[in-house]
Design a protein around this ligand. Structure first.
Ligand code: NAD
Length: 327
């Protein structure tokens, strides 16, 4: 197939592109190398891709006209839309920028799909849409009316916009709600990567709250597996469908145990500095993945210990000759 991956140079996007290329597909990535974190990490992820089957279009997803021109002859079979401003806390500082990229950019990509007759749209949504859901685990039909950060609200908006395109233009849309993803080249703003850099530079680990908040951490290979399965299902439907599907690890880890786990994987004793809870952060996430198992055969199998070890091995190698804290 000919696949278009927005955010293809990013953390999840680059892992996805690698898998798609390995599976023999042609891949076009759209990415503007947003300066939220260094370009070098993104380039490391895509530098060895086979140029005869991989094309990078360096532009903003809001540049609809430019994208239509660049893509009209490419005969794209499906779009996996992962480009976004990611991150909860920065969205509180810059809500307008988040709205522009995550809402405007998603609208733009849906229009690109419609204009080019692309009938399959896989959208990278987020567990943050559940807000402070009381009920665990979080299931796809739980109400998602109370997001608690601008980021979460924009991700939910993307799901709604995509639904209108499914309804009006018969697109098959899957909204995949990712639960905290980690692994090599993870975004530096995310807790595991931040803790690793603090450990490497003998700084105390900054723990927000008392360490009992918990997350459903999902190893990036498991997420990629879920996206590939979603693509496969979407392209094999006789009738267009709209589905929201959780992709999580389906196990939760408390923050204090995560700190112990990453410190053990890195073999560095942690010093912990406790700070107040951050506004916008949810208390816990926990995915009910029954639907993903049933519809996709999704079956995440990387334990947190195994995943943290793989991450620690990458992070130690990556920062051997780089400044650790300037990221
Ligand atoms: P990332 O920041 O590594 O990847 C996003 C990519 O999009 C980056 O390479 C960035 O340069 C690009 N981008 C940003 N704005 C753009 C624009 N206007 N035009 C073109 N490209 C642009 O983040 P990630 O962690 O890989 O996240 C990928 C997707 O998954 C995002 O949609 C995010 O909301 C979603 N998600 C991630 C997680 C997680 O834990 N990592 C959890 C839930 C949802």
């Amino acid at each position: 197939m000919n696949l278009l991956v927005t955010g293809g140079a990013g953390f999840i996007g680059s892992h996805l592109c690698r898998r798609l290329l390995k599976n023999g597909h042609y891949v076009t990535a759209v990415d503007n190398f947003d300066p939220f974190y260094p370009r070098a990490i993104k380039e490391e992820g895509i530098e060895d891709f086979p140029r005869e089957r991989f094309t990078l279009i360096e532009t903003d997803i809001c540049n609809m006209e430019g994208l239509l021109q660049a893509l009209h002859a490419r005969d794209v079979d499906a779009i996996v839309h992962l480009a976004a401003r990611a991150g909860v806390r920065p969205s509180i500082e810059a809500p307008m920028a988040y709205e522009e990229t995550n809402v405007g950019g998603t609208q733009s990509m849906l229009e690109v799909a419609r204009e080019l007759g692309i009938d399959t749209f896989i959208y990278g949504s987020s567990s943050s849409v559940y807000g402070n859901n009381d009920k665990v685990p979080f299931a796809e039909d739980d109400p998602v009316r109370h997001p608690i950060s601008p980021y979460a609200a924009t991700k939910r908006s993307g799901e709604l916009l995509a639904h209108t395109f499914h309804h009006l233009y018969d697109m098959t849309v899957h909204c995949l709600r990712f639960f905290t993803v980690y692994g090599p080249r993870q975004r530096p703003d995310l807790a595991i990567h931040k803790f690793a850099r603090q450990l490497l530079s003998d700084q105390p680990i900054t723990m927000y709250g008392d360490g009992t908040s918990s997350r459903d951490y999902t190893y990036v290979d498991d997420i990629v597996d879920g996206i590939v399965r979603s693509l496969r299902r979407a392209k094999n439907q006789d009738e267009p469908e709209y589905e929201i599907i959780n992709l999580g690890g389906s196990e939760t880890t408390q923050l204090k145990d995560l700190i112990t786990g990453i410190a053990e994987a890195m073999d560095i004793a942690p010093e912990i500095k406790q700070l107040p809870e951050q506004p916008g952060d949810v208390e816990r996430t926990y995915a009910d993945i029954t639907k993903g198992r049933e519809l996709l055969g999704y079956d995440p199998d990387t334990s947190i210990e195994e995943g943290l070890q793989k991450f620690a091995d990458w992070v130690k190698a990556y920062y051997t000759d780089r400044a650790v804290l300037d990221v």
